[in-house]
Write a protein that binds this ligand. Structure first.
Ligand code: NAP
Length: 408
């Protein structure tokens, strides 16, 4: 008689992830175009896992509600049950969510990051041959950006002009020697040693585990010394204190090793943010892993995604010490909802990041190579088709089927 194993949760032991062969993963379908891209993503992920592991591994998907779908059925944009299940099952994937308007939650994505302390926003950026790009050599871009996700100007500490709070702040600033115009609004930018170090730690660990050549600390420390500048200093300090065997400073490589890092050492370097934007356009191949503060990371992620052909295929994840949520990086694109039209690439590649996170890399590799092949064959959705000559226009579901065909 055939026995069926029950699906189990991801767990952690001594900081290490443990993933059963049949694993429970919660998913949020998302609003607008979410259902279209989720259907395509699920099909691609399930097929790849089946092929890669001969049916011995499987994801048992658990739907949890958030966004408009949650509000319509529970009157809550982010039900407690969803929070409890994601917390319990540790690894989740989500489609884009409508930002509620008027009162309550400012942004569901920000709420999720804060509730689960998802302090690292991780965005890999690479080029797929055939995609139209605004630069001459997009294939030189192969980066992964670790953006601090909780602090900086995103901490939500802002005071409106003319309020009691802003007047108090202006008074306080005057008492410590700073003049601020009376008609100002004021935002606060907290950057902590704890928050900076845990983000840089994740970036360096990623570089070591994946044999990446360097980690670049991107900051605006020449102007904002005690926030951005401190982020950079703490990053170097962490590299020295925790990874001295595995890392080497760029300066040392230049001075002692004739500009070539010793085998197996990750180079730690830093760049001022404005310089980094031009460096990434001119010499992107000199950069590999980037660790940066929240606002710099927000700008850099989209600029880099644009450099390789746009946000439609840019994946992302928000990762903490225990919980990780993988997500499409674009919004709900509501005008295309239920038309089976948009590109599911961002969510599919976020699914690949999830497979890598749980150690099912073989399935992820299968998807990436089939994805690349499908684009190279110029079988693409409308967003890429309008920029390629001689391309075949596919619907969302047809694009997923083409990827699956290329996996066989
Ligand atoms: P958006 O939904 O990202 O859409 C903007 C444009 O980007 C679309 O009109 C489309 O451009 C293109 N696009 C988006 N997704 C695409 C896909 N899968 N394939 C191909 N093209 C795609 O941004 P928005 O209109 O500013 O935001 C709509 C809603 O989404 C808002 O409620 C916003 O708050 C929310 N949002 C959610 C997230 C999230 O959950 N992570 C992120 C951003 C925004 P063309 O029309 O030019 O083809």
């Amino acid at each position: 008689m055939k026995t069926t194993t029950q699906a189990q949760k991801v767990t952690y032991k001594d900081g290490k992830i443990s993933v059963p062969n049949k694993v429970l993963i919660p998913f949020i379908v998302g609003d607008g175009t979410g259902p279209d891209i989720w259907r395509a993503t699920k099909k691609v992920l399930d097929t790849a896992i089946k092929i890669a592991f001969n049916g011995e591994r499987e994801i048992s998907w658990v739907e949890v509600l958030a966004g408009q779908k949650a509000f319509d059925s529970t009157k809550s944009w982010l039900p407690e049950e969803t929070i409890a299940k994601v917390k319990d099952m540790k690894v989740a994937i989500k489609g884009p969510l409508t930002t509620p308007t008027g009162g309550g939650i400012r942004s569901l994505n920000v709420a999720l990051r804060q509730i689960f302390d998802l302090y690292a926003c991780v965005r890999p950026v690479r080029y797929f041959e055939g995609v139209s790009s605004p630069v001459k050599k997009p294939e030189l871009v192969d980066l992964i950006i670790f953006r601090e996700n909780i602090e900086d100007v995103y901490s939500g500490i802002e005071f409106k002009k003319d309020t009691k709070e802003v007047k108090l702040l202006i008074e306080f600033l005057k008492s410590v020697g700073h003049t601020v115009r009376a008609d100002s609004g004021i935002g606060i930018k907290p950057i902590s040693e704890f928050g900076s170090k845990r983000l840089v730690r994740k970036a360096i660990q990623h570089a070591i585990q994946n044999k990446k050549p360097s980690v670049t600390l991107v900051h605006k420390g020449n102007i904002q010394k005690f926030t951005e500048g401190a982020f950079c200093e703490w990053g170097y300090e962490l590299a020295k204190d925790e990874f001295s065997n595995e890392t080497i400073l760029e300066k040392e490589v230049y001075e002692k090793y004739n500009d070539t890092a010793p085998q197996g050492k990750v180079i730690i370097k830093d760049r001022i943010a404005d310089n980094m934007f031009q460096q990434l356009l001119i010499r992107p191949d000199e950069y590999s892993v980037i660790a940066t503060t929240n606002l710099n990371g927000d700008y850099l992620s989209d600029a880099c995604a644009a450099q390789v052909g746009g946000l439609g295929i840019a994946p992302g994840a928000n990762i903490g010490d225990e919980v990780a949520v993988f997500e499409a990086t674009h919004g709900t694109a509501p005008k295309y909802a239920n038309q089976d039209k948009v590109n599911p690439g961002s969510m599919i590649l976020s699914g690949v990041m999830m497979l890598e996170y749980i150690g099912w890399n073989k399935a992820g590799e299968l998807i990436v190579s089939a994805f690349a092949k499908t684009i190279k064959q110029k079988r693409v959705t409308y967003d890429l088709e309008r920029q390629m000559s001689g391309a075949t226009l596919l619907k969302t579901s047809q694009f997923a089927d083409a990827i699956i065909e290329n996996m066989m």
